[in-house]
Design a protein around this ligand. Structure first.
Ligand code: ADP
Length: 260
């Protein structure tokens, strides 16, 4: 049974004066523990797709199912990671990580134990009582992911979480985030405009067309290495350039169709 299923999903945004048809007839099926990347021209509807999967918005046509059940409202089984970490500067790292637990009125003693153990496990144990401005951009994004993990979502939606970071930090953080997500056994959907990131991190890469957008191709990413390589090592695999070039060409077609 797929964990996430989109069947014939279409979505338009309406204002008083106009209609923007964002998505048309999108099909997608994601299994437990998969890591999916979504690439497509800017403004084609990638973030919209994530909003649909989170249950924050509903399709005008078609169905979104999580765990085989139609999604009617924002789901607690889904967590978000965004380009900005939205850490509260006046709270230390531990109390930032605890925010979700407080909002959901979880047992705070247990939540604190869990927060400290997650920070410890993922290399941030020594920073629990630091303020966010004492951490690097990459560390802040790791804190943001740990904050999301506190409420134990099954599905993580990652909307360009690396795009505000410098190149070196971005590469290292991709390795960190990827290993945390796989270690936790979560299902992940990453929206990115960076093809190399999409190929290096995911099991499958979905390519979207221009608006009204749909998923035109799904690439199964397979490396011949015995064990699944980290995103950094994936870039050194012989298959990597082939995937990159194939997806690049497809996207170029999509983008030039917009400009043409
Ligand atoms: P992407 O993430 O691929 O850049 P989005 O999903 O953000 O694209 O947006 C898809 C299209 O829908 C864009 O044309 C955008 O301007 C439009 N759009 C997004 N959100 C809204 C909204 N709340 N109201 C009206 N139009 C929107």
């Amino acid at each position: 049974m797929p964990q996430i299923e989109l069947r014939n999903v279409s979505l338009s945004y309406f204002t008083l004066k106009s209609e923007t048809e964002a998505l048309r007839d999108v099909h997608l099926s994601v299994e437990n523990g998969e890591f999916i990347s979504i690439v497509g021209p800017s403004g084609c509807g990638k973030s919209t797709l994530l909003s649909l999967i989170s249950g924050m918005i509903q399709p005008i046509k078609g169905d979104v199912l999580l765990f085989n059940l139609p999604l009617k409202e924002a789901s607690k089984r889904v967590g978000y990671m965004l380009q900005h970490d939205f850490l509260f500067e006046w709270r230390d790292i531990l109390s930032n990580v605890m925010v979700g637990a407080e909002i959901r009125r979880m047992d705070l003693k247990l939540a604190k134990e869990k927060a400290l153990s997650l920070l410890d496990r993922y290399g941030l144990g020594g920073f629990a009582h630091h303020n966010p401005n004492q951490l690097s951009g990459g560390m802040r994004q790791r804190v943001a992911l740990i904050r999301t993990l506190m409420t134990d979502p099954d599905i993580l939606l990652l909307d360009e979480p690396f795009s505000a970071l410098d190149f070196q930090t971005r590469l290292n953080l991709q390795d960190d985030i990827s290993s945390i997500i796989r270690d936790q056994g979560k299902t992940a959907i990453l929206v990115t405009h960076d093809i190399s990131e999409a190929v290096a991190m995911a099991n499958r890469v979905c390519v979207m067309s221009r608006r009204p957008s749909t998923i035109t191709t799904i690439h199964n990413i397979h490396f011949s290495a015995e064990q699944r390589p980290s995103p950094l090592d994936a870039r050194k695999q012989p298959e990597y350039t082939q995937y990159f070039n194939r997806i690049w060409k497809e996207l170029e077609g999509n983008v030039s169709a917009i400009n043409g």
